[in-house]
Design a protein around this ligand. Structure first.
Ligand SMILES: *Cc1c(COP(=O)(O)O)cnc(C)c1O
Length: 433
């Protein structure tokens, strides 16, 4: 399978090239050139086929000209020592829990698969990769955990000093080994600018094999389709819709890709918080990016969702086609908090604020379009990660998951640098030059 850039269809790459490039040089996102029919393969899975088996078979089918079946299997075994969990909350709404990985968020699936792919591609070559990434807190920890202890890969993470939560800082700075944390005296925007400058700096490009691991990377997009297939094998008798609490729309795009490859789903529901650029497009046909607003589901506070370019590719740029497959719901801040409380009190099930957005969007959709439909809503984070919001909803803070609690007692290891490209260059050249 080859992939083309959404900004220039003549720019074609293999999966391996796409993985190491991240963003296309023309600023576009890489997207599958062909649409394979994997429906027979999907039908062949049973309701107890393990997640790694489904992931291996899909990886192998999608990337058959680049990976041997045994390589695909080895990648998926290394990437996924964790599985999704499907939990029923209401008679017509189930929750697909994607937070059982190392950083307790769904981004573990993408980051971990990307890391295992890079490791596989580097194996047996003399090449190395240095992953350079900036984080405002959460994404960085999924990346750091995913790449920790991978062979031939070093990770350098920049984060803004004093502007990430104490727990997030611990998650970023306590791994050691091949993961270095740089505590930048500046803002998240400074960190991002430094990373961007580093990628175009001629001396660094010449001397260090820099690679990025950001969320638009093909190696993070493709594996996000696997859990839709896994959930469908468990619930196919219900003919479920999928609701996706969305920000940058990578998660939803991966589900829609699975549908183009033959997954038999009747439709998707895109649910956002007040950052509703895509729902507004579905309603009016007008795509109008704007600065993001701060909400309780802050990992979805995105004002210019980059995967919209991929969605347009899938639906030939047609809003009509897109809205035949994707419905929308918009949830306010107050409604998010109220939904956490209402569901907890009524059913005992505790949701994080992102999951609550997806759940309430599903509830509303069914209450208007009901007629026996069922929805699986994706749960993107463990409620324990959002202490303040859950406390606001319930009056008491949720328990921190064990694997996050552990890091609180580990010593912080970070190097402080000022917010200049020179400081970053000096670090990179001394360590990896
Ligand atoms: C990143 C993230 C989202 C949004 O996912 P997209 O693929 O960007 O739409 C939702 N919830 C949580 C907890 C996240 O970290």
């Amino acid at each position: 399978m080859l992939f083309f850039s959404t900004r220039n269809p003549k720019n074609l790459v293999t999966f391996e090239e796409g993985v190491f490039q991240g963003l296309a040089p023309d600023g576009g996102l890489y997207h599958p050139l062909k649409t394979p029919d994997l429906s027979a393969l999907m039908e062949s899975f049973s309701s107890d086929t393990p997640f790694t088996e489904i992931a291996s078979a899909l990886t192998s089918a999608l990337l058959e000209d680049e990976l041997k079946p045994a390589q695909a299997e080895s990648i998926c075994r290394r990437a996924f020592p964790f599985e999704p969990v499907l939990a029923e909350v209401d008679k017509d709404i189930s929750v697909l829990e994607l937070f059982h990985g190392p950083s307790c968020a769904f981004k573990d699936f993408g980051a971990s698969f990307l890391a295992a792919c890079m490791e596989e591609f580097l194996k047996g070559s003399a090449r190395k990769a240095v992953i350079l990434t900036a984080t405002s807190g959460d994404t960085g920890s999924a990346v750091a955990r995913a790449f920790h202890k991978r062979d031939n890969i070093e990770v350098v993470i920049l984060y803004p000093s004093g502007r990430v939560s104490p727990l997030q800082e611990k998650q970023l700075t306590t791994l050691g080994g091949n993961v270095s944390a740089l505590e930048v005296e500046g803002s998240f925007d400074d960190c991002q600018r430094m990373v961007k400058q580093a990628f175009v700096d001629p001396e660094l490009r010449d001397r260090i094999p820099l690679a990025s691991a950001n969320s638009i990377n093909l190696g993070r997009l493709l594996p996000q389709s696997f859990y839709y297939v896994w959930a469908w094998t468990r619930a196919r008798a219900d003919n479920p819709y999928f609701a996706v609490p969305s920000g940058n729309f990578g998660n939803l795009t991966a589900g829609v890709l699975a549908w183009t490859w033959g997954l038999k789903v009747p439709g998707f529901l895109a649910v956002t918080n007040r950052n509703d650029v895509v729902p507004q497009y579905l309603l009016s046909g007008d795509f109008a990016p704007r600065p993001s607003l701060q909400t309780p589901s802050n990992a979805m506070d995105v004002g210019d969702p980059s995967n919209f370019e991929r969605l347009l590719e899938i639906f030939d740029g047609s809003r009509e086609k897109m809205s035949r497959m994707i419905a929308q719901q918009i949830i306010t801040d107050e409604e998010t908090i109220a939904a956490i409380r209402e569901v907890k009190n009524r059913t005992g099930y505790l949701m994080d604020p992102h999951t609550a957005v997806g759940y309430l969007g599903s509830r509303r959709y069914l209450d208007t379009a009901g007629d026996g439909r069922k929805i699986i809503t994706l749960s993107t984070a463990h409620p324990g990660k959002f202490q303040e919001v859950v406390e606001e909803a319930l009056g008491s803070a949720p328990e921190l998951p064990e694997r996050l609690r552990e890091v609180l007692n580990l010593p912080k290891q970070a190097e402080k640098i000022d917010n200049s490209l020179d400081a970053l260059k000096a670090f990179l050249l001394s360590r990896h030059g």
